[in-house]
Design a protein around this ligand. Structure first.
Ligand SMILES: [Zn+2]
Ligand SMILES: [Zn+2]
Length: 165
């Protein structure tokens, strides 16, 4: 995991939707849950939690997909159907600053990314390993988020120490 060079640009498979990230992540994750396996069409999803103020859609109009749960909004490109980002449920944002979970592989430069936490290891495919530092059988208990954010803030991807120096 290294320091992302801001701003980061991102886009869907067809280029109709473009993203711009102007803040460093507060956490990076891999999720092995059945929902992520289906929506990502892969073994697990990759997320970079970006402070909401540092996230912008700069081109196109993403649409809701997944289960269309009003409290957990998954956004997709309406044309190529790439799963691009998720606005998380209120139960989480009560414990954290407002953030957007960007699917890390939408970014043009993803070389800095590695997952710090992995979730839903209970349904991880048996051959999968990730370099995550923390793992949880399901989602982390809400009281763990403060510790996870504090530890992540010390990693190069969070980059705070160097920027203010
Ligand atoms: Zn697209
Ligand atoms: Zn998941």
């Amino acid at each position: 995991m290294s320091q992302p060079a801001l701003p980061l640009s991102g886009r869907c498979r067809c280029g109709e939707i473009e993203l711009r990230i102007s803040a460093r992540p507060i956490l990076t994750m891999a999720c092995h849950c059945g929902g992520c396996q289906r929506m990502s069409a892969s073994a697990y999803s990759l997320s970079a939690a970006i402070p909401a103020a540092g996230f912008a859609v700069t081109r196109g109009e993403p649409v809701l997909g997944g289960l269309r749960n009003p409290d957990l909004r998954h956004f997709f490109c309406p044309s190529c159907m790439s799963w691009m980002f998720t606005r998380p449920p209120g139960v989480i944002t009560r414990f954290l600053p407002e953030f957007v979970n960007v699917r890390a592989t939408m970014l043009d430069d993803v070389s800095w990314f590695s997952p710090f936490v992995e979730t839903w290891t209970r349904t991880r495919l048996p051959w999968v390993t990730t370099p995550a530092v923390h793992g949880y059988p399901e989602f982390p208990p809400v009281e763990d988020y403060a510790m996870l954010l504090a530890e992540f803030a010390k990693t190069p991807a969070a980059g705070q120490a160097r920027e203010t120096a």
